[in-house]
Ligand binder design. Structure first.
Ligand SMILES: [Zn+2]
Length: 113
């Protein structure tokens, strides 16, 4: 075991153990979600606040110049099968005719259905 669990926030016991996403304290019975696990659920949202997920289809809401090239992703371009990633550009996707691309979630809108 290389995992180091945080001490109990209630009684500072170090005999904390993990059950699924919860940490449990055997000394005072406290149960809680550790910060580092809670953070992994942070949502990526599109321009109007829809929560995006891997595999969603989105449309581009404004012309986007592709850095280092003369290509422009036109407004209204439909992008299927997006993949969420960490970073400034939080969407990885493949745009027909252009290839692999990174987009910012605030410049797309989810297509429902
Ligand atoms: Zn405790």
């Amino acid at each position: 075991m290389t995992d180091t669990l945080p001490p109990c926030p209630e009684c500072s016991s170090s005999y904390v153990y993990q059950v699924d996403a919860l940490l449990n304290c055997p000394e005072c019975g406290h149960e809680w979600v550790p910060d580092n696990l809670a953070d992994t659920a942070s949502d990526v949202r599109d321009s109007v606040g829809n929560v995006l997920a891997d595999g969603d289809t989105v449309t581009v809401i404004k012309d986007l110049k592709v850095k280092g090239s003369s290509l422009v992703v036109k407004v209204g371009t439909k992008v299927r099968g997006i993949r969420l990633v960490d970073g400034d550009h939080d969407i990885d996707c493949k745009i027909p005719g252009m290839g692999q691309m990174s987009l910012k979630s605030q410049f797309v809108k989810k297509v429902s259905g």
